[in-house]
Design a protein around this ligand. Structure first.
Ligand code: ADP
Ligand code: ZN
Length: 317
């Protein structure tokens, strides 16, 4: 009998690191979650988890890591796999991939958390079968994984959709914004910490009929319009802690339609309930994407060496 391969997935978030173990992403065999404290402590827990899982269930074939950023995801770079200039100061210049892959001696693939989540949603979630879509998280920060023609858009480094500048709402001109770099960029206006600063309580404590939500929906609609006109997606998926406020979706769609003012075409002109949607995988998009990255790494390693164009195997022999 052939033993099915065992894959590890790590969703490295700014709040917590989620580790999962599976033969297939749709059936998680084991999971653990560790708060994001210091690299030594959190990475130590991750390594312990996968080491003890391997002792129990056999060796991992590969690991996928989908990380908060900014990260260096250029495979040729000396700092490939590092978390770089993050506002979380303890994590600046942390070799996340190297530390984990070398401790576990396992081939690993590394990408941003949002590219991981976009992959998960594309294979098993709300964007199944689509080649052009965007996954946006609105949580502690704002970030987007953009898929165009079936591939993630990474550009020179990676897009920073959270930091686009958008026009201020006429009802919301006083708040300077919470982004340490730009003040009132998108993230500085709509991420969870910005809502908390702006309204004086945690976002999940704001009543549904609070004016905050209409302002929030308008900013997110403007973001969706900008993404639509730049990337022509077939669908936009909005996830992250703040989007637990499900009542935001109809409000965002209504502002989108009003502000587009008839200019929309294609999927954006159809039923917006199919265009601006919640994640099909709920909170599991990131970990699912990480497992899919592990799976494709293992498949790539099975190919003849000549086919391994961009090698992501960082195991020290
Ligand atoms: P992270 O971005 O750190 O990976 P999340 O996506 O869970 O984690 O986002 C956390 C942010 O989302 C926090 O700022 C929190 O206040 C906010 N948040 C979490 N749950 C809710 C909720 N139900 N309603 C509104 N905001 C929420
Ligand atoms: Zn900014």
């Amino acid at each position: 009998m052939i033993t099915p391969k065992l894959y590890g997935g790590l969703e490295a978030g700014g709040t917590k690191f989620n580790c999962v173990l599976a033969h297939t992403p749709s059936k998680i065999l084991a999971r653990a979650s560790f708060p994001t404290t210091t690299p030594e402590e959190t990475i130590g827990h991750v390594i312990d988890f996968f080491q003890s899982a391997s002792r129990e269930r056999g060796p991992l074939s590969a690991l996928g890591i989908a990380s908060f950023g900014p990260v260096d995801r250029s495979t040729g770079s000396e700092t490939y796999g590092y978390i770089t200039a993050t506002p979380k100061l303890k994590w600046v210049d942390t070799d996340l991939l190297g530390q984990i892959a070398n401790a576990l001696r396992v081939p690993a693939e590394f990408d941003t958390d949002v590219n991981g989540a976009a992959l998960g949603e594309g294979v098993l979630g709300a964007a199944k079968g689509l080649e052009n879509y965007v996954y946006v998280t609105i949580g502690t920060g704002v970030g987007a994984g953009i898929m165009a023609n079936g591939r993630p858009v990474n550009g020179a480094i990676h897009p920073e959709v959270g930091h686009i500048f958008i026009p201020r709402d006429p009802q919301d001109t006083d708040f300077p914004g919470a982004c340490p770099y730009h003040g009132d960029c998108l993230e500085g206006l709509v991420a969870g910490p910005a809502l908390e600063q702006r309204w004086g309580c945690k976002a999940d404590q704001l009543p549904v009929d609070h004016q905050a939500w209409d302002i929030q929906a308008r900013y997110l609609a403007i973001m969706c319009i900008n993404l639509t006109v730049c990337y022509s997606p077939e669908r936009i998926i909005l996830g992250g802690g703040v989007m637990q406020q499900g009542h935001l979706f109809p409000k965002i769609r209504a502002h989108f339609k009003k502000l587009m003012n008839g200019y929309e075409q294609g999927p954006a002109a159809g039923n917006l309930e199919n265009f601006i949607v919640p994640p099909g995988l709920g909170n599991a998009a990131g970990e699912t994407g990480a497992l899919l990255m592990a799976q494709r790494t293992a498949e790539r390693l099975e190919q003849p060496p000549g086919d391994m164009t961009s090698t992501i195997n960082r195991v020290q022999q």
